[in-house]
Design a protein around this ligand. Sequence first.
Ligand code: ATP
Ligand code: MG
Length: 243
Amino acid sequence: MSEEPTDTNENSETLDNSQENEEIETVNTNQNFSFVAYNEDICIVGAKGSGKSYLANTLLQSFHGINVWVWDLNHQFHDSRSIVCHSLNELLETWKMAKRGKYILQDYNKSEEQFRKFLRAAYQTGNVVIMIDELHAYTTKMKIIKEYNDLVLSGRPRGISVISISTRPASLPNNALTNCKHVFTFRLNLESDVKFLEGWLGPEVWQVVQKNKRMKHQELDEVPEHSFYYRNMDESEGYIGKI
Ligand SMILES: Nc1ncnc2c1ncn2[C@@H]1O[C@H](COP(=O)(O)OP(=O)(O)OP(=O)(O)O)[C@@H](O)[C@H]1O
Ligand SMILES: [Mg+2]
């Protein structure tokens, strides 16, 4: 765990800046992975059923003493230490009293308007890790949600980490990838998705496509089931891992 205080909150007037960054090193991939909550972002992409929510749940369960709000569109999250809410109001009311903890929001209202309200509330709150499952339900490359953009572009000084989860990397807003430090790519079936990711992650990412589904890089192996190609964007190369 890091003992360093958050140094990026200096310009924020509305937030309690006393909270410390928490460095998580407990996620059990087959190699080293460490995540600085309230400071770094994560993207998790992969086809349906490839293991994205399973990984996200493992991350959530490893976050001890960290504030987390999960937008759980399809009820894929479970964590005995998290409070499950069925409306944004319920989450905000509970938060107002506790001012801490982990919350899984399985909102009955799944509209874009409600999703925007959730993001706005997170932005105003600060010092929280926001996990968004099924982001592709709301954004496309052409359709960027302002509130999401605000979180990704200006969340860090407010102590906000964003964990974005999507089946379609090609529909992730560019800002999501350019600003994120950790990228987990599970199996993908569409060449167009991988071509897009190759620009960010390098040719090694072709390993997430089965050999019989790819025209390029036949020399690369394919990742086993429920495995991912992980890249820390500050490092020169990635690795294959599994939870
Ligand atoms: N590392 C793993 N070990 C064992 N089982 C796994 C692992 N990863 C995923 N699974 C299982 O595979 C199934 C699909 O995983 P998961 O729900 O995480 O997929 P997903 O990528 O979130 O899919 P979707 O896009 O449909 O939400 C689940 O039943 C899950 O328990
Ligand atoms: Mg899922």
